[in-house]
Ligand binder design. Structure first.
Ligand code: TRP
Length: 394
């Protein structure tokens, strides 16, 4: 493979000039970096605990990155947007850069949890592979694979299903939210068992670290419970599966131009691959309010705050400092600043993506290596599991 653009280190925007841990230690009682967003005020105890734990983990990563294997990924439902970038993708590139082993699953089977059609999967997966590389993920170092290409991973779901009750699955808050968001769509068995599938994704490769957003914490709890129960039932003498830790995403939620959470399906997003014109058009459409004096007040003025957050992520200044800079010059001046900041910040990302698009190498060919490696790991895990369950006959 000679034609892909070498990944350049991506500095996560929340840590533009330091090597300090990225996580805003919200709720952890320690000083937070100046440019981190304020801690949400209404966190539950378990989220605060996960944040505190994440800080400890960041320290351990800095000391010994080789002690960690990270698995994370996404459902390939569309090209990636800047919410993905600031929320997870830049953080993955940072972990890779720090020397942590990284596996990324493109969970294609899971696309049909909340919809009937898979869409143009080949096209979508191709776009995501370009986005990954443009953002600094190096397919030579990071194992990128598609779910459906790894049968042994999916077979782990069978024993795992025996270790969880329907009542427990029905209580999962993220599954409930997703069902609610589905607007009357009947819950499928695939949706109900989603946390079990995700557990198989994580446990097949013995990942011990999973970077996630808050909404994924319940799934990780299921994963930990399944690891424990499997060990208890089938490998009591020596725990076989490790219980993975969540590494909470450092970044705030990015809103789309309509003021709702940025999402592919809402069509309110700015893609990583956006041109300068598309970036300007997105910012122009972003909702603000009638108050000309720009202030950073996320609760009261979410639209303005979102623009300030974007400016902050791209420039390394605090949202408050950006607000002061604009003062009474109004939303127009703020939008001009944000457009400029986004265009500049993503310039190298865009350049790498363009170079990759112009190359004759089909991005899908990267999956050969990733899928082969994922299969090798999954086959070995399934062999062990068969051994432990007594289903090895030859
Ligand atoms: N559930 C994740 C999402 O909807 C995608 C995903 C699938 C995932 N398998 C995973 C994330 C394993 C972390 C670990 O975005």
């Amino acid at each position: 493979m000679t034609t892909h653009v070498p990944a350049q280190p991506v500095t996560h925007p929340l840590a533009p000039s330091t090597s300090a841990p990225l996580l805003s230690p919200a709720g952890a009682g320690t000083a937070r970096p100046d440019d981190a967003p304020p801690a949400p005020t209404h966190e539950t105890g378990s989220v605060a605990a996960a944040r505190a734990r994440s800080l400890e983990l960041e320290d351990q990563i800095a000391q010994d990155p080789s002690a960690f294997r990270v698995l994370t990924g996404e459902r390939p439902t569309g090209a990636l947007h800047i919410g993905h970038y600031f929320g997870t993708v830049a953080n993955r590139a940072r972990l890779q850069q720090a020397g942590v082993e990284l596996l990324l699953v493109l969970a294609d089977y899971q696309v049909i949890t909340d919809r009937d059609e898979t869409g143009d999967l080949r096209g979508t997966v191709r776009e995501i592979l370009l986005d990954y590389q443009a953002a600094g993920i190096d397919p030579e170092r990071t194992t990128i694979f598609t779910h459906s290409a790894v049968p042994a991973l999916n077979q782990l779901v069978l024993p795992f299903l025996s270790l969880v009750s329907v009542a427990e699955l029905e209580r999962n808050p993220t599954v409930k939210d997703e069902v609610r968001a589905g607007g009357g769509r009947a819950m499928s068995g695939l949706m109900l068992t989603y946390p079990v599938h995700q557990a198989a994704d994580i446990l097949f490769c013995h990942a011990n670290l999973v970077p996630v957003g808050q909404d994924q914490l319940p799934h990780l709890e299921t994963t930990r419970a399944l690891a424990r129960r499997f060990n208890h039932r089938f490998s009591p003498a020596r725990p076989y599966f490790t219980e993975p830790d969540a590494l909470l995403a450092p970044s705030p939620t990015i809103l789309g131009h309509d003021g709702a959470k940025m999402s592919k399906s809402r069509g309110n997003s700015l893609l990583i691959s956006a041109t300068e014109d598309e970036t300007a058009a997105f910012v122009r459409r972003c909702v603000t309010d009638a108050d000309r004096h720009v202030t950073y007040e996320p609760e009261r003025r979410p639209g303005v705050a979102n623009l300030l957050t974007l400016a902050s992520l791209c420039t390394g200044k605090t949202p408050e400092a950006v607000a002061d800079e604009i003062g009474a010059r109004g939303a127009g001046a703020l939008k001009a600043l944000v457009t400029e900041a986004l265009v500049e910040y993503f310039r190298p990302v865009r350049a790498r993506r363009t170079a990759l698009t112009e190359s004759t190498v089909d991005p899908l060919s990267l999956l050969e290596r990733g899928n082969a490696r994922a299969n090798q790991i999954a086959d070995s895990t399934l062999d062990d599991v068969r051994e432990l369950m007594g289903t090895s006959y030859t």
